[in-house]
Design a protein. Structure first.
Length: 247
């Protein structure tokens, strides 16, 4: 009599343990998972900590693409049909624990285990939706709304469970890069958020749920102020008065 089939594959257990073609790695803050231009020969599953993706232009200008949290895959492009190079740099923001999975092992388990493929596909769809939301945010929202959204995302508002209101250390320069404005504007908005009780800011940033008001209500007092000169130029110019004819 043949033996019964082994226990069903558990994606959570696979991503939580080291094994063939995968190993645990520990990263310190500011340590890179990989850098732009490295060979894309592995993918990481972030178990603990925060990280971010950045790109550098040919002119040397750096920009932050997105923030990463526990439960995210990092370097998913490495499983493309043709192995290439990483197009961005992934760096730990806080101390991180991650599972490093070799490209060949990742492809094997995706083909062999439908449960894992479903999980990874769900992640890719969520990542695609997040990128679209980031683009819409960048194109249509004011810089203060973009800042509020980034802070709420870092505090994980909207995810299951209680949000982590005390967000990881992040500089105003990095926040400015992420929302496409200057550090001075970020400082200005952060001070206003603090005065209105939306955040506490004393070295570390603590985000309150009330910050959602900046995003949800168009009538918020935090709308970008227009200069008087712009308001004046937007008015319809009055027609010049004709001089009265002599009688």
């Amino acid at each position: 009599m043949t033996e019964s089939k082994n226990t069903a594959f558990d994606p959570a257990a696979f991503l939580a343990t080291a094994g063939m073609g995968r190993k645990m790695v520990q990263l310190k803050p500011k340590q890179a998972f990989f850098t732009q231009g490295d060979s894309a020969d592995s993918i990481f599953y972030l178990q603990k900590g925060r990280a971010h993706l950045t790109v550098v232009s040919p002119a040397g200008k750096e920009a932050t693409i997105t923030l990463l949290a526990a439960g995210d895959f990092i370097g998913e492009a490495s499983i493309a049909a043709v192995a290439g190079l990483h197009l961005a740099t992934a760096t730990a923001v806080t101390a991180c624990t991650a599972l490093k999975i070799e490209r060949t092992e990742m492809l094997r388990v995706m083909h062999a285990e439908h449960a894992f493929s479903d999980l990874f596909l769900s992640f890719l769809l969520a990542r695609s939706m997040r990128i679209q939301a980031d683009l819409v945010d960048q194109l249509f929202n004011s810089s203060e709304k973009r800042l509020a959204r980034i802070l709420l995302l870092m505090a994980e508002f909207g995810k299951p469970g209680e949000p982590e209101t005390l967000i990881p250390d992040i500089t105003q320069e990095t926040l400015a890069e992420m929302i496409g404005t200057t550090r001075s504007r970020v400082s200005y908005f952060m001070n206003r958020f603090r005065k209105l009780g939306f955040i506490e800011y004393n070295g570390r940033i603590r985000v309150h749920k009330s910050l959602l008001n900046v995003i949800l209500h168009e009538g918020t007092p935090l709308k970008n102020a227009q200069s008087a000169s712009l308001l004046e130029t937007s008015k319809t110019p009055s027609k010049p008065t004709r001089p009265k004819k002599p009688r």
